[in-house]
Design a protein around this ligand. Structure first.
Ligand SMILES: C[C@@]1(CC(=O)O)c2cc3[nH]c(cc4nc(cc5[nH]c(cc(n2)[C@H]1CCC(=O)O)[C@@](C)(CC(=O)O)[C@@H]5CCC(=O)O)C(CC(=O)O)=C4CCC(=O)O)c(CCC(=O)O)c3CC(=O)O
Ligand SMILES: NC(=O)C1=CN([C@@H]2O[C@H](COP(=O)(O)OP(=O)(O)OC[C@H]3O[C@@H](n4cnc5c(N)ncnc54)[C@H](O)[C@@H]3O)[C@@H](O)[C@H]2O)C=CC1
Length: 216
């Protein structure tokens, strides 16, 4: 089994191609919506959900079977048909063009596999079994979902805003390091859960930095 390397890919403005329009293609497309990419599905037929995505203008649909030459210009390709021979041809073309490709029917034939994931705004928790047992990855994510609720979205947004101001206002690397550490140690989650939280204004962040410098 390959030693997979996790990465987070920015797909904005990229062309992402899914070959196949069934249930597995559906799952791949649902994980790509929101990426601000051009999502192209190639298949004679679409599942009802994919059909509604097409009608809502969320995906482009090429209503036919896959043909060699279809993958030109793609950043990622998913081979998700129920025809092993077609999935294989997709992998061969993508590999020839140097495009990362996912093979839904035989993970290790492709360049990458798709993890199960939980999203809370900017927070993404991805779980993979390296293809050994996709359902284990799925079940683990269902468990994680219970532990990491909507409060994490607010928490990460708060961290992101304060970090941005620190990066803008504090040029000394060791001060920055201290402040990032203090920020990470703050128990903001309890305040969010208890309804005692508000996003800090720029003035509040600045006075927090001043306070830190005074106590240093
Ligand atoms: C290698 C990989 C390639 C890839 O698709 O990237 C792959 C391969 C295969 N899956 C198979 C079966 C099932 N897969 C699921 C579910 C998911 N499978 C996903 C990923 C992956 N599946 C990649 C490895 C990820 C990892 O291990 O970490 C998830 C996580 C994400 C996603 O699909 O995007 C998604 C859950 C989404 C969520 O969290 O909700 C279910 C459950 C269900 O459908 O309800 C079943 C039926 C039960 C079973 O068989 O266990 C088969 C046998 C097919 C056959 O029998 O022909 C193969 C082929 C093989 O084993 O090589
Ligand atoms: N990775 C995963 O999580 C899983 C993978 N699988 C594998 O994925 C395959 C697909 O599963 P489902 O989506 O459930 O099947 P499905 O039967 O729902 O969909 C198959 C799709 O492939 C399309 N298709 C067939 N020939 C094509 C061609 N020449 N060009 C373009 N599209 C074509 C069909 O129009 C249909 O939309 C299964 O055969 C199995 O090998 C199955 C379960 C889970």
């Amino acid at each position: 089994m390959p030693h997979y390397v996790p990465v987070m890919m920015n797909c904005e403005g990229r062309r992402l191609i899914i070959v196949g329009g069934g249930l597995v293609a559906e799952r791949k497309v649902s994980s790509l919506l929101g990426a601000e990419a051009t999502i192209v599905v190639i298949s004679h037929k679409l599942s009802p959900w994919l059909q509604s995505c097409f009608e809502d203008g969320l995906i482009t649909w090429l209503e036919r079977g896959y043909m060699e030459g279809d993958l030109e210009g793609a950043a990622l390709v998913f081979a998700a048909t129920d025809q092993a021979i077609v999935n294989e041809a997709v992998v061969v073309e993508a590999t020839k063009l140097g495009i990362p490709v996912n093979h839904a029917g035989d993970g290790k034939r492709g360049t990458f596999i798709t993890p199960s994931s939980v999203r809370r705004g900017k927070l993404i928790i991805a779980v993979s079994s390296s293809g050994a047992g996709p359902i284990v990855a799925t079940n683990l994510c269902r468990e994680i979902e219970k532990q990491y609720g909507a409060e994490y979205e607010t928490y990460i947004d708060f961290l992101s805003i304060v970090r941005m101001v620190i990066k803008h206002r504090v040029s000394d690397i060791s001060e920055r390091h201290d402040l990032f550490k203090l920020l990470a140690e703050m128990d903001v989650l309890t305040d969010i859960r208890n309804g005692n939280f508000h996003f800090w204004s720029e003035e509040e962040i600045t006075s927090w930095i001043t306070e830190y410098r005074r106590e240093k």
